[in-house]
Design a protein. Sequence first.
Length: 359
Amino acid sequence: MTRVINFSPGPSILPESVLKQAAAEMLDYRGTGMSVMEMSHRSETFLEIIEGAEVSIRQLLSVPANFKVLFLQGGASTQFAMVPLNLFRKKRKAGYLHTGAWSHKAIAEAKRYGTVQVLASSEEDRFTRIPDLGNLRFDPGMDYVHFTSNNTIFGTSYRDFPHTGSIPLVADMSSDILSKEIEVPRFGLIYAGAQKNAGPAGLTLVIIREDLIGHALPETPTMLDYQTAAKARSLYNTPPCYAIYIAGLVFRWLLDQGGLSAMEALNRHKAALLYDFLDGSTLFKATVAEPFRSIMNIPFLLPDNTMNTQFLAQAEAAGFVNLKGHRSVGGMRASIYNAMPAEAVQALVNFMKTFEKNI
Ligand SMILES: *Cc1c(COP(=O)(O)O)cnc(C)c1O
């Protein structure tokens, strides 16, 4: 068996020890004689799995008692609709920060239900930066302010989060949740598709302040009302059982690594390995300037497309896969989520050094 070094933006790399444990428990989960995929979501055993996952993520993020953790389906893209459906009040007004393709989709969806004010945008700079938030004024009539904490495609991220006072702050953290410590109490709602940094596809994580639950617009489908999942502890209908089980193993793995402060230090170290090389290279170039750089997704370019193609082919042959950049940026993108070891990033840097020398 050969495992490649997988830089996929999502679904993406998972800790090898988690995959091994899942393999070992595949046919007989801890003496039950069945796979987690085969058991009732109402069984004692599964209740322990979902409750254990919640305990772990609460511990990792220090989630306060007045926040619910929900295990949902439909991906981050369904949250683009659930957020306005649940958070819009009478005037149906929200502010959005526009920093790329995902915020564009979130804005488009919210516009179906109410008024969206785009408070700041980096579109003019082709999303290579985060807009300046210093002068932003937040109209207290807004029901919430939404932003994308890490822009997976463009490789930008916020150094600090917007200060919205009493207006609930909503974050799409799909590609950087659990990559560093955050202060959950600063937010009204955090959501993330699990498949980038937290587990397999099919599970969507939502962390929501309790007082924001229970006011959904009247036309909201039952399954899209946070109250439905909150009241039933994410067991209103059949949840994505196996994805929750794997995510629970990932959360435990993170705790075993020393939690999110240790993870953040490691992630910063990994990103620095690559950025330092890119900044010193005469051939490769990072597409994002220093203050806006993501530590999860790192896009970079060679001088022309022929060279990009050549590099990608040689990298793949050497076992570095899924490095192709998003079509809107081109070139390469290395996604180096939590589960990517520092040695693997160093191996990529070494490979790039050799490529540069031989060209
Ligand atoms: C991948 C991604 C999404 C879309 O997630 P789905 O779970 O596929 O709907 C949304 N936002 C961000 C920031 C992402 O990286």
